[in-house]
Ligand binder design. Structure first.
Ligand code: TRP
Length: 500
């Protein structure tokens, strides 16, 4: 059967941008920037983007395109012994990161409805942790499944199922063609609206005012690289898969640059809305800005609701904001379900329908622990382990496998034959030496910190059983899948170019 293909390059770009733009762009980037020197953070961020983000994105596009395969297939076509490197991210993102990511989207969905009558009342903090999540005292105390969260998760998994089940052109491409312009419009309205608020300029000043002294802190640089990696969905196994559906002639480098710039542009721009609202809140409450600033879950579910209650038409603003988060998140979720479905199809030849059913049913079950009263604790631990000890090692392995054990010069030739912007020795140097080294520094730093004291103040038992073992289970699953016999002969055929 012929491989599916994108209808157009724009369709591919929107899907890739849809995967890259996620919750992280909205609720994390602006905070990291604010913490790390405001406008001056653009320097390490852009350097990270051009020395690691874009080069690795080019690498992932190129390998998916040249080997014509989902992540495990692409690696198997390099060498059978690397196949597991392709399976591992697919397993721990699909059966790890995505399980709680979809639950967070479910919370956003809940908050979309709560917005209409500002249901959180005067104490959003209490509402979120005690009424909505009914958060237990620790990861060992599971309590019961929270029905509203479960219902939301049913919806998010259903939407993933619907979109991925319809295939590349009629599902993923179509969904992103509708969702991405909608998301851009929503953010445009939110930014325009929030800039009118009293105190907006106070927030923006804090977000953008450059403090160059921060740049001497290595932590700032490390965070810039981590943010770039997570935000571009690198080493998730997604971009390789998406690129495998490109036609023979595709301007790989140009598309990598465009994806990266769209992703960062969106993050910087969305930051205006985040900080304008925080500035407004500080002025309304008569508090200094640093007291109201927060990130991720605290920002979306505590700080923002608080501000919405103070704002004229805050209910509409809130509905738009949470709807935007759902859209941004969903287009990322879909991308990893596709990475899994594509991998299993390439290897075992099951139908898309069957695999989508399987992925979403198992996914929904796997989300259950995160919908319980201990859900947020579990989320915190699993997220920490998978993103630090899963994504980062995979990035290193990818660079080593392709940079050292494969003819990366041949890959560069392939890229240069079809792209408008060429790659050369600098790119090869970055992939071979620079990126793995940076990632190794990040990995060792995390390891050192986590061995000294258990992450987040959780007990060692919780850390080991929930964090480490979750990651190890996905690794075992990856080895097992890699050891299975190929039911298709895709892996026997070389990619587009034959290596000598
Ligand atoms: N890049 C996304 C972000 O910034 C994260 C992401 C991409 C993701 N693909 C994903 C998360 C798949 C979960 C599943 O938030």
């Amino acid at each position: 059967m012929a491989r599916e293909a994108w209808r157009s390059e724009v369709g591919f770009l929107l899907a890739a941008v849809g995967s890259a733009i996620g919750l992280g762009n909205v609720w994390r980037f602006s905070y990291v920037a604010y913490e790390h020197g405001g406008g001056a953070f653009l320097i390490p961020y852009l350097i990270a983007l051009f020395t690691a983000g874009i080069p690795v994105l080019i690498l992932e596009y190129a390998i998916g395109h040249e080997r014509i395969g989902s992540t495990p297939l692409a690696f198997a076509k390099i060498s059978k012994r690397f196949e597991w490197i392709g399976w591992w991210p697919v397993c721990f993102v699909m059966f790890g990161i995505l399980l709680y990511y979809n639950v967070i989207i479910a919370w956003c969905l809940g908050y979309f409805f709560f917005s209409f009558d500002l249901a959180w009342g005067s104490d959003p903090d209490r509402f979120f942790f005690q009424s909505f999540l009914k958060l237990s005292s620790g990861p060992g105390e599971i309590g019961e499944v929270r029905t509203p969260v479960l219902l939301g998760s049913l919806v998010t998994w259903f939407l993933c199922w619907l979109i991925v089940g319809r295939g590349i052109q009629r599902g993923i491409e179509l969904a992103n063609k509708l969702l991405m312009p909608l998301l851009f419009l929503i953010v445009l309205v939110l930014v325009g609206w929030s800039l009118q608020l009293e105190g907006a300029s106070l927030g923006l000043k804090a977000y953008l005012k450059p403090d160059f002294s921060e740049l001497s802190d290595p932590k700032v640089w490390i965070d810039a690289y981590s943010q770039v990696f997570f935000s571009l969905s690198l080493s998730f196994g997604i971009m390789i898969t998406y690129a495998s559906y490109l036609p023979e002639r595709a301007d790989i480098t140009k598309m990598a640059v465009m994806t990266a710039l769209a992703d960062s542009g969106f993050a910087i721009f969305a930051g205006f809305a985040v900080f304008a609202v925080l500035g407004f809140m500080a002025v309304s409450l008569g508090k200094p800005l640093p007291e109201v600033v927060s990130e991720s879950i605290g920002l979306a579910f505590v700080a923002y609701p608080k501000a919405l209650s103070l704002m004229p038409f805050g209910n509409l603003f809130g509905a738009l904001f949470f709807f935007g988060l759902v859209v941004a998140g969903l287009s990322s979720s879909v991308s990893i379900v596709e990475a899994f479905v594509a991998a299993m199809r390439d290897k075992f030849d099951y139908s898309r329908r069957f695999l989508t059913n399987l992925a979403c049913a198992v996914g929904l079950l796997g989300s259950l622990p995160f919908t319980t009263q201990a859900g947020l604790h579990w989320l915190d631990i699993v997220d920490h382990f998978l993103s630090h000890y899963g994504l980062v090692p995979v990035g290193i392995l990818e660079c080593i496998a392709i940079g050292w054990c494969f003819s990366i010069k041949m890959l560069a030739d392939h890229i240069n034959r079809i792209s408008s912007i060429g790659v050369g020795p600098v790119w090869i140097f970055l992939i071979r030496y620079f990126v793995p080294l940076i990632l190794l520094v990040i990995l060792l730093g995390d390891l050192y910190r986590d061995l000294k004291a258990p992450y987040g103040g959780y007990s060692w038992t919780a850390i080991i059983l929930i964090g480490r073992d979750w990651l190890l289970t996905t690794l075992i699953l990856a080895f097992w899948l890699a050891s299975r016999r190929w039911r298709t002969d895709h892996h026997r055929r070389p990619g587009r170019t034959v290596i000598a």
